[in-house]
Design a protein around this ligand. Sequence first.
Ligand code: FE2
Length: 319
Amino acid sequence: MGADQIHQRTELIKKGVWVGLTGIVSIATVSMINSGFTQSLIYQSLWGALLGLISGVLALGILPFLEMGFRILTPLKLIEIANPNHPLMKRLLMEAPGTYQHSMSVANLAEGAAEAIGADALLVRAGAFFHDVGKIKRPMYFTENQSQWDNPHEGIPPQLSANIIISHIREGLELAREYQLPQEIYEFIATHQGTMRAGHFYNLAKEQSGEQNINQDDYTYPGPIPISKEASILMLADCSEAAVRSMPEPSQEKISEMVSKLVRTRVTNGQLDHSALSMREITAVEHSLVKRLTSMYHKRIQYRATPEEMMRETGKKSE
Ligand SMILES: [Fe+2]
């Protein structure tokens, strides 16, 4: 039984019991063959069972020290942190509920895509949970949290808006350090926007001031671009969920068209140049995203409330 198959700490105890039972059978068989049934056979078998149980308890006790001392990210640790009860996730739920919902949706999408290409689905899930925690600092500036607030971007210069939006990467990394998230989660926070542009505010600034008067760096995410397959999957799942969520009538065709466009843009923009994903894997990820997004969103139009709400949502740009 490999460690990657053990997904709850109590399973270690169960494995210990199994090891103990196996010990009884083995010891009993060997003793019966060698010297027939004797009283010492019973004692030896009981010792075998006890040692199996002790090995499970020892593994359970030592594992947290190994995880900490050697900075090993075990599946058990991933399950522990990719948990709605994690203190940082509770904060996200309370302070930025829209972002919390978005992160849950992205986690489900990215997990499915990772499974489709044999990447680490558990790691992607954990990364997706925390990728946007930086939005806790100023939740009302992000589209998904604005149902209860007026849009605070109205009335401030686009450069300042872009700065606030882009800062959620740095602020997310600060929170990751504060809450001592495993180092592996940092890549998901740092790279989920790669070096893309905060396009909506860039276009707004261009309209207002003219392209020659604006500094492109002010509207560009700092990067870096993702390196692992898992962080690359998250990048694609994240932008796909945000875009499909703001579509007025998300039919399967429209979802497929949108995801394909977003993936193409990132590939041609060089955002996946350092990812370990092959073109075949990128296509498989795209198909998986379309499939899950369709089942998540295609019927949403049936309970959309009013035309005004639809206008309001389509008029906003997700970042
Ligand atoms: Fe996101």
